[in-house]
Design a protein around this ligand. Structure first.
Ligand SMILES: Cc1cc2nc3c(=O)[nH]c(=O)nc-3n(C[C@H](O)[C@H](O)[C@H](O)COP(=O)(O)OP(=O)(O)OC[C@H]3O[C@@H](n4cnc5c(N)ncnc54)[C@H](O)[C@@H]3O)c2cc1C
Length: 264
């Protein structure tokens, strides 16, 4: 039986104080991961703190012409359909448009997705590939420091993601090989060039999102699929499960990287 207290605060400050005042509180965003977890009794929190009534967490805007700001409670459908996102970084809108199905896109949020850090989630590749910054009620966390392992992040227990800030890339592309049932990434690759820096971020293939330094080096001099055609990806440490072997995932990383460059 479920036994938790439900709260619906109107501000981030109120949500933080509810988190700090409870013995084992959990934040609720779209609920697409958390509710199944509760149903399976894999989590039994004392309190659920629903972020759905905090308007400041659900917005998209370009801040002073230098950063695209996506609030933590913005749904995937809102990112996919946003004129601001499409103008700033079309690859991000494309990524959001291909998450799950319509129900998932209308409930799931960017904050919930990156806080959960599922190894097969799409957004971690965007955050790392586009060198975004994750803002919380306490601090700013750079993309490379945010994702720390499978379902693990740098967030503290009483820390709430408020928004994600994306610099404007000169070029960016995302390609994924989706699981045909869930659309989660068997492998997804975001490539981007931003202010002279080249990034290649891979999701789905390993326990957590990772970068490919040799691909980045090759693309820095020549941002074309041809520049990476002779590079190989090792299968050591990659995920192997009922969906795909580590060797198949290694092969897909290169194929998706080439497609992402071609799409940029
Ligand atoms: C059938 C199905 C298919 C899917 N397919 C895809 C896919 O193709 N690609 C993909 O990337 N994802 C996919 N997802 C995941 C989905 O898109 C959601 O992003 C994901 O479930 C988490 O987001 P949420 O808003 O539902 O978070 P919730 O389930 O509400 O929360 C998830 C976790 O994040 C924490 N949290 C939530 N918000 C915050 C915050 N602001 N600050 C700190 N912690 C927070 C919660 O406490 C919880 O631990 C799929 C999900 C389902 C059910």
């Amino acid at each position: 039986m479920y036994a938790f207290d439900y709260h619906r605060p109107g501000s981030v400050a109120e949500a933080v104080s509810l988190l700090q005042g409870a013995s084992d509180a959990r934040l609720l965003a779209g609920g697409h991961t958390l509710l199944p977890t509760l149903k399976q009794r894999l989590a039994q929190p004392s309190d659920l703190v629903d972020l759905g009534a905090i308007a400041e967490l659900r917005r998209i805007f370009v801040d002073r012409g230098s950063q695209l700001v996506v609030g933590a409670m913005t749904t995937h459908a809102e990112v996919a359909g946003s004129e601001e996102v499409r103008a700033w970084v079309p690859a991000l809108a494309h990524l959001a448009e291909h998450i799950g199905d319509a129900q998932v896109r209308n409930r799931g949020t960017i904050g919930g997705s990156i806080a959960n850090n599922d190894p097969a989630a799409d957004y971690p590749a965007a955050v790392v590939g586009l060198n975004a910054t994750v803002h919380t009620n306490k601090r700013e966390i750079g993309a490379d420091a945010f994702f720390t392992g499978m379902f693990e992040t740098a967030l503290a227990d009483d820390e709430i993601i408020t928004e994600v800030r994306f610099p404007k890339p000169d070029k960016a592309g995302y390609a994924k090989f989706p699981n045909p049932a869930s659309r989660y990434a068997i492998v997804g690759v975001m490539v981007a060039q931003t202010g002279g820096q080249t990034r290649v971020a891979v999701t789905g293939a390993g326990p957590s999102v990772f970068r490919l330094p040799d691909f980045e080096q090759a693309l820095a001099g020549n941002f074309s699929a041809d520049a990476i055609k002779d590079l190989e990806v090792g299968s050591d440490g990659l995920n192997s499960d009922i969906h795909a072997s580590a060797e198949y995932r290694a092969h897909l990383v290169k194929v998706m990287a080439k497609r992402a460059v071609a799409a940029s």
